[in-house]
Design a protein around this ligand. Structure first.
Ligand SMILES: NC(=O)c1ccc[n+]([C@@H]2O[C@H](COP(=O)([O-])OP(=O)(O)OC[C@H]3O[C@@H](n4cnc5c(N)ncnc54)[C@H](O)[C@@H]3O)[C@@H](O)[C@H]2O)c1
Length: 446
């Protein structure tokens, strides 16, 4: 089948590559000319395991087309996906301007009926808004072309996006049209070979499903962070508790890691957006408010530990910071906890030597050149001459500690572990001080 995808970011590019890999011919349209030029040369704008090879393979085979020309994109296929960003508005609601611009673009250029698919995360009622905008433009053009708006939210996780996309746990399709369902089934047929993963529902329920999923996951994280704060105060080791409760199959081990807060382009904005949407229908979403508040506070946690240890004035202190991406296996630093910490450290007069396996270019783009922030080539180099190490992202290659190296390199002998990667007892046996998240035992001992 021919497919068009508007918005070639984390979601659009991965979904387009996955469709193409199964044999569909996908036209990718973006407003970013440089990004499109790079993609044609095989330069992939984001780090996502396996994506570069998949994009190259399908571009070379002619199944991926990159363009900034919306006329070409709209003409290419009967199914047009919208996968542009939906960032938070000033008040935290989802900003739909990019989605509606694409809807308008499709309406301006369409010459035959279209199926317009909302793949971006959008609030309940957005499909109606998209339909309204398309109808308006068609009326202005004096055209009477048919179209349907479908909700097909995306559940991929950055860092394992290709796998998630190729083998989705579910494909949610929101439509009340049998014809549209048939087309979407055909499109997703190759993804359903093992078993049918498609769930068809009404449009509004599909839109809501995405928010409910993200908000529940964020709730698990904030709940666990709240438990970790209590653990710290009560002399409890939250890691023991995590194992204890995770073993309950009703709870499970996923998303109950205590840490220094969640970030990324989805959870923070989606929790806020649903909370705002709730207000608009006259409901106060107290759990969502608490999830957000706990997370904002949790992002300060590492800095609180730092000033507990060193006092508020950090001038003359150097910190090795491991991990800038909001989570492992991505270079995405949107809403990353590292940014909150980094900015607090710099504001308190500290110098930071930072390292991340993938997000160095992104950090350079965000912070530019400055004397108090040095981006280091390796994790070991970041330790050199530092007073203390702070771990913010749980990259795999941070998980095996070289305590002797820490002991030799860190003049202050302190580790602030924002992801509880290390065993406090072992760290302390090497004569280093350790601050984790909710590790009551070690904090009380210190
Ligand atoms: N990133 C994720 O992990 C993830 C997962 C699930 C859902 N989502 C949702 O998917 C949507 C997209 O997220 P993303 O992370 O891929 O965003 P992104 O910022 O990485 O990409 C968006 C792309 O859209 C392009 N764009 C903007 N206006 C355009 C227009 N008029 N025409 C064509 N292209 C245009 C931008 O140039 C950019 O390349 C959001 O709603 C997000 O909430 C994201």
């Amino acid at each position: 089948m021919n497919v068009t995808v508007f918005g070639v970011g984390y979601v659009g590019l991965v979904q387009a590559a996955a469709f193409a890999d199964f044999g569909h011919v996908v036209c990718c349209v973006d407003v970013d000319q440089e990004k499109m030029d790079h993609l044609k040369k095989g330069i992939i704008p984001i780090f996502e395991p396996g994506l570069t090879e998949m994009v190259k393979r399908n571009y070379d085979a002619g199944r991926l087309i990159f363009t900034t020309d919306p006329v070409e994109g709209v003409a290419h296929a009967a199914v047009n996906f919208i996968a542009v960003g939906t960032p938070p508005d000033e008040d935290g609601s989802a900003d739909l301007q990019y989605v509606l611009v694409v809807a308008e673009t499709i309406a301006i250029h369409m010459k035959e009926p279209k199926i317009i698919v909302d793949k971006s995360t959008v609030p309940v009622g957005t499909a109606d808004k998209v339909a309204e905008r398309v109808s308006q433009v068609l009326a202005e053009r004096g055209e009477n072309l048919g179209f349907n708006v479908v909700s097909n939210p995306e559940f991929l996780k950055e860092g394992s996006a290709l796998d998630d996309c190729m083998r989705p746990e579910r494909i949610i399709i929101g439509t009340d049209s049998i014809n549209v369902e048939t087309v979407m089934r055909e499109l997703y047929e190759p993804f359903n070979r093992n078993h049918d993963r498609m769930m068809v529902m009404d449009v509004r329920s599909a839109e809501f499903t995405k928010y409910a999923a993200n908000c529940l996951l964020a709730t698990k994280i904030s709940f666990m962070n709240e438990m970790s704060n209590l653990a710290e105060l009560m002399g409890v080791d939250i890691e023991q508790v995590r194992r204890g409760i995770g073993s309950d199959s009703r709870i499970g081990y996923q998303f109950i890691y205590p840490g220094c807060g969640y970030g990324g382009s989805c959870f923070p904005k989606d929790v806020q957006a649903l909370e705002k949407a709730a207000r608009q229908v006259g409901y106060e979403a107290k759990i969502l408010q608490a999830v957000e508040a706990v997370n904002l506070a949790q992002k300060q946690k590492l800095f609180e530990h730092v000033i507990k240890h060193y006092g508020a004035d950090l001038s003359g202190k150097t910190f090795a910071l491991w991990g800038l991406a909001f989570k492992p296996n991505t270079d995405d630093m949107r809403e990353a906890s590292s940014r909150v910490l980094l900015e607090a450290l710099l504001a308190a007069g500290a110098r930071v030597q930072a390292f991340d396996p993938e997000a160095m270019e992104e950090a350079q783009r965000i912070y530019g050149n400055r004397d108090d922030l040095v981006l280091m080539g390796t994790k070991e180099a970041a330790l050199h001459g530092a007073d203390a190490l702070i771990i913010v992202t749980e990259w795999k290659n941070f998980r095996v500690p070289d305590y002797s190296l820490f002991k030799n390199e860190l003049s202050g002998g302190v580790i602030f572990d924002g992801r509880n990667l290390y065993d406090p007892k072992r760290v302390e046996e090497f004569g280093l001080a350790y601050y984790g998240i909710g590790r009551g035992r070690s904090i009380l001992k210190n």
